[in-house]
Design a binder for this molecule. Structure first.
Ligand SMILES: Cc1cc2nc3c(=O)[nH]c(=O)nc-3n(C[C@H](O)[C@H](O)[C@H](O)COP(=O)(O)O)c2cc1C
Length: 183
């Protein structure tokens, strides 16, 4: 198992976060899932849902070694669609027939890729992922934040991206071909 899945969400296509992900994807091949292309019901305590794409997405994630969460910082948080997906992960912890899937997340390497208008990534944003990965026992293997107050400037970000990729090269295994598709 040597593959990477990126869960992408942004309020715009081809925006700063999308451009960053595309640039990274040329060097770190990964399958990109745009959460906007999926239907994922909001979490409820009864865990009663209309048929949606959540279980297929989880199964796809569990086939991968590296999970990359890709979201801009919006009000120190992830996008609503990313949060919706993450909330839904509670179902894996709640439901006896799904708990084995929550356990399988423990073997995963988790990464975060983000952009914002601040020089440093919001500590609230970073801590949210720290807590999430701790809760599921995933290894927080790297976070890349790119400053984008003036928009996304690919060339100027090369050095920071290369430094990040070099730093995590021992953590990630990425022999799958990069692509963008739905589950
Ligand atoms: C709704 C909204 C909230 C934002 N909140 C923050 C914030 O809390 N901190 C920050 O540094 N930048 C914030 N920004 C700026 C974005 O993080 C930044 O422009 C980012 O690169 C946008 O990525 P995108 O093009 O993928 O949407 C916000 C932007 C929007 C649209």
């Amino acid at each position: 198992m040597n593959s990477t899945i990126a869960l992408f969400s942004s309020a715009r296509q081809n925006g700063n976060t999308d451009k960053l992900l595309q640039q990274i994807n040329t060097q770190w091949p990964m399958e990109v899932i745009d959460l906007e292309s999926l239907t994922i019901s909001t979490y409820n305590y009864e865990n009663k849902y209309q048929t949606d794409d959540f279980y297929a997405l989880i199964d796809k994630i569990l086939q991968c070694e590296n999970i990359v969460f890709v979201s801009p910082v919006y009000w120190s948080a992830v996008t609503p669609l990313m949060k919706n997906f993450i909330d839904r992960l509670c179902e894996l912890l709640d439901e006896p027939n799904l708990k084995h899937k929550a356990k399988q997340l423990k073997a995963k390497q988790a990464f975060v890729i983000t952009t914002s208008a601040s020089l440093e990534v919001s500590s609230t944003f970073a801590n949210f992922f720290k807590e999430l990965f701790r809760y599921f026992g995933m290894k927080f293997s790297g976070l890349l934040h790119i400053y984008c107050r003036e928009g996304y400037d690919g060339e100027n970000n090369d050095a920071q991206i290369n430094e990040f990729l070099a730093k995590i090269s021992g953590e990630r295994n990425s022999f799958s071909k990069g692509s963008r598709k739905n589950v």
